[in-house]
Design a protein around this ligand. Structure first.
Ligand code: SF4
Length: 230
């Protein structure tokens, strides 16, 4: 597959749209949920949540989907719920963010050499997108990755994000099994190698049940920092 242009390797291609329309109509179940949330919580964002961070970042963090009272409320990925508390504290610790995280999109926090996105841009009921919704929204993830020619590393938070990144690269999921702490080399000649780091999702459920500790999470980002020295 050497020599193939990026647009052929990453189906979204560098010319594709990276951000959906705020009224993206593609997933009927999520559109209905969006409408219901706009009715009940008119002050909330209640739209696809755009990627946050540096356009020239070497690191992209990919989550599952906006949380109902987190990103779907505030309009910034991982902002306003528990998962964001752990993620932003960790990014600040390793120098991938600067400022003070105050759980609101207006807190002035800046990402450094880092961006954050989601495999699915709209909030799903019970935090569970369907396979069809994940596949439909992958075009935006593909385009987000394809446009970021400075990208060298991706952290996938959970299996859904991992699988969607691998599929976005046009690779077989079976050849890149998800495991917390695993690292994978995603070949995308002629571009530079892209390293995929796996982590369990930093959800409250995973931390409350001990599936993921703050130390385990920091360990993943320590490996990323070794890969992307300051
Ligand atoms: S999840 Fe993605 S593809 Fe589906 S409606 Fe939302 S923005 Fe559109």
């Amino acid at each position: 597959m050497t020599g193939a242009p990026p647009a052929e390797r990453w189906a979204g291609g560098p010319a594709a749209e990276t951000e959906p329309d705020l009224d993206c109509p593609t997933c009927p179940r999520l559109v209905a949920f969006r409408r219901a949330n706009r009715q009940s919580e008119p002050a909330w964002h209640n739209s696809p949540v755009p990627t946050f961070g540096d356009a020239d970042a070497r690191l992209l963090v990919v989550g599952l989907a906006p949380g109902l009272r987190g990103a779907n409320r505030t309009g910034r990925p991982f902002t306003g719920d528990y998962a964001g508390d752990l993620l932003y504290a960790t990014l600040l610790h390793f120098g991938f963010a600067e400022g003070t995280y105050q759980a609101s999109a207006g807190d002035g926090l800046r990402l450094r050499d880092c961006a954050i996105s989601n495999a699915v841009r709209c909030v799903p009921p019970q935090n569970k997108p369907t396979p069809q919704e994940i596949a439909a929204c992958r075009r935006y993830l593909e385009a987000t990755i394809a446009r970021r020619t400075s990208l060298r590393a991706i952290v996938a938070l959970g299996r859904v994000a991992h699988d969607s990144v691998v599929r976005a690269a046009g690779l077989k999921v079976s050849a890149f099994p998800f495991a917390h702490g695993a690292e994978h080399e995603l070949a995308r000649d002629p571009w530079p190698p892209l390293r995929l780091f796996d982590s369990y999702h930093c959800s409250r459920y995973n931390t409350n049940t001990g599936v993921l500790t703050a130390d385990m999470f920091r360990g993943v980002f320590a490996a990323v920092r070794r890969c992307l020295p300051n």
